[in-house]
Design a protein around this ligand. Structure first.
Ligand SMILES: Nc1ncnc2c1ncn2[C@@H]1O[C@H](COP(=O)(O)OP(=O)(O)O)[C@@H](O)[C@H]1O
Ligand SMILES: [Mg+2]
Length: 354
């Protein structure tokens, strides 16, 4: 198992800087994800680790050794891309074994390794087929097998499931996680899908405009988002962030939003009265109750296990996620209750958690 470290890694294409001082300390055997919307620098970062792209400045270490000047082969990484481009004229077995053949590994050993890997990827009954005779998911598993067969020190995935339909994506997630549990190869996975990242990762680096906004476990980034961006990017339905103003009354601290001071004290707090914040509550922490903020239901969206309810109040719009199906209708009056512990607050100017 091998650690990977990025130290202040930056990348410019011409005069345009697309990665800014990226610091990541990835432990040996860890599965981490680079998560962010399109264009935030995920692929560029991954390519710099792979050696497919030079960094403009900073150091990249694999297993404690600086690899900036090593080729992709010398770095001993394996990559799986979104466009997995199998060799169309080769069978599944030949595709998986190809890199071993190129390294002049003995045919009997190739056969054994391919067989074993195919079994763990549930491809063993397809070994003699050609790529055109496989489903998208099967092809993607062959691509993963082709990368895994080398037993690389590091595994890099760049949006490998983006071309698959939704149910297959979820299945592939489970398979990749299972493989990681079995083999523990240090892995960096790139995706723009926050749910995929949450479900698969030991830790997630949330990227925004070429910077890492937060690097933490799924629980850390969900429960304690470090920035406004992380709070709104992670979670479905999205957290609604509202403008608020800190107020003090009777020794307690409150947030005023719109014409309303939230009926929750957030004190004792170091927040000074008059400070401008943005705040939000995750939908599952917005409870419908009898006390609390008065509101009116605007929209109901049942999804099965829960119903998402959009509620307008004098403090702003909240989205509640309530278990099961709900008997309320648009236009109904409801009260929402929130607890101080579930409030996420960010400085209005810096966007940093306060
Ligand atoms: N070879 C290149 N030349 C110039 N700009 C590039 C090149 N590759 C990527 N970029 C730019 O760098 C930014 C980050 O791209 P990329 O790393 O591919 O983002 P992501 O994978 O997160 O979608 C984008 O604005 C993209 O247009
Ligand atoms: Mg990309």
């Amino acid at each position: 198992m091998t650690s990977v470290t990025l130290k202040e890694v930056s990348k410019k294409f011409g005069s345009v800087q697309v990665c800014h001082n990226i610091d990541l300390d990835i432990k040996a055997g860890e599965f981490i994800t680079l998560l962010g919307s399109s264009g935030c620098g995920k692929t560029t970062t991954l390519n710099m680790v792979a050696g497919l792209e030079d960094s403009t400045s900073g150091d990249i270490l694999i297993g404690g050794r600086r690899v900036n000047d090593l080729s992709p082969v010398e770095r001993d990484v394996a990559m799986v891309f979104q466009n997995y481009a199998l060799y169309p004229h080769m069978t599944v077995a030949q595709n998986i074994g190809f890199t071993l053949k190129m390294r002049s590994v003995a045919p009997a050993i190739i056969r054994e390794k391919v067989q074993k890997l195919a079994a763990s990827l549930e491809l063993d009954h397809l070994l003699e087929r050609f790529p055109a005779q496989l489903s998208g998911g099967q092809q993607q598993r062959v691509a993963i097998g082709r990368a895994l067969v080398r037993e690389p020190r590091i595994f890099l995935f760049d949006e490998p499931f983006s071309n698959l339909d939704a149910s297959l994506r979820v299945k592939m997630r489970t398979e990749v996680k299972q493989l990681h549990v079995q083999r523990n190869v240090t892995s960096i996975f790139v995706t723009h899908d926050q749910e995929e990242a949450m479900s698969i990762s030991d830790r997630i680096a949330v990227m925004y405009r070429g910077r890492v906004e937060q690097f933490g476990t799924p629980e850390e980034i969900y429960a304690r988002p470090a920035t406004r961006y992380v709070a709104s990017f992670i979670g479905s339905p999205q957290i609604e962030l509202l403008d608020g103003l800190i107020e003090e009354a009777n020794g307690a601290t409150f947030v005023r939003a719109g014409q309303k001071a939230l009926p929750v004290s957030i004190g004792p707090s170091s927040l000074k009265a008059g400070r401008a914040v943005e705040f939000g509550v995750r939908p599952e922490h917005v409870r419908l109750g009898v006390n609390g903020i008065e509101g009116r239901v605007r929209i109901l969206q049942p999804i099965g296990p829960a119903t998402h309810v959009t509620i307008d109040t004098a403090a702003g719009t909240f989205i509640a996620s309530v278990p099961g199906f709900l008997r309320v209708k648009p236009g109904d009056a409801v009260n929402i209750e929130i607890q101080a512990a579930n409030l996420h607050m960010f400085d209005k100017e810096t966007g940093l958690r306060v």
